[in-house]
Design a protein around this ligand. Structure first.
Ligand code: FES
Length: 159
């Protein structure tokens, strides 16, 4: 079935187009808008964006697969991103990743069976001074310990 925006998001679409000098420049915000509604960038979303921008689906797919914040397969309701770059790595990021995998029962890149959580690793999230850190959805959690991670994951599973 073809992808369509809700009436509220159609209004946002018009506002996005008004902000850019040409349609093609609006590719990233359109992908965000569609992903926000659909949960991930499916083939139908790629086709919809391509039609709105008058570009090829190959162009849109190329953009969607270049950026790690676009999901080209179904994902969980919540996203846990564990930073694994130098400062975080030196402060135990590997242990945090392994701990998350064990607690969630999944590996990095996978989603829990109930569809609640997808686990990712991330490159530097610009919070090196408070390493190790993770991002859960849009919130940063810093100076992590395994005990803090447990509290965060418990809270997430209950929400
Ligand atoms: S290295 Fe983890 S936030 Fe920069």
């Amino acid at each position: 079935m073809a992808f369509q925006l809700t009436p509220e998001r159609e209004q946002e679409l018009a506002e996005i187009f008004a902000r850019y000098p040409n349609k093609m420049a609006a590719c990233l915000p359109l992908l965000h808008l569609a992903q926000e509604q659909h949960g991930w960038v499916s083939d139908e979303v790629v086709t919809w964006v391509a039609e709105k921008l008058d570009v090829s689906t190959a162009h849109v797919f190329g953009v969607a697969t270049f950026y790690s914040l676009y999901h080209t397969h179904p994902v969980g309701k919540h996203h846990v991103w564990v930073c694994r770059t130098l400062s975080c790595a030196l402060h135990g990021a590997d242990d945090i990743v392994k701990h998350c995998e064990k607690r969630l029962g999944i590996h990095v890149g996978e989603t829990t069976a109930d569809g609640a959580v997808t686990l990712h690793t991330a490159e530097c999230l610009a919070s090196c001074g408070t390493a190790p850190m993770m991002q859960i959805d849009r919130e940063y959690h810093e100076n992590l310990t395994l005990a803090k991670v447990d509290v965060l994951l418990d809270r997430l599973r209950k929400s």
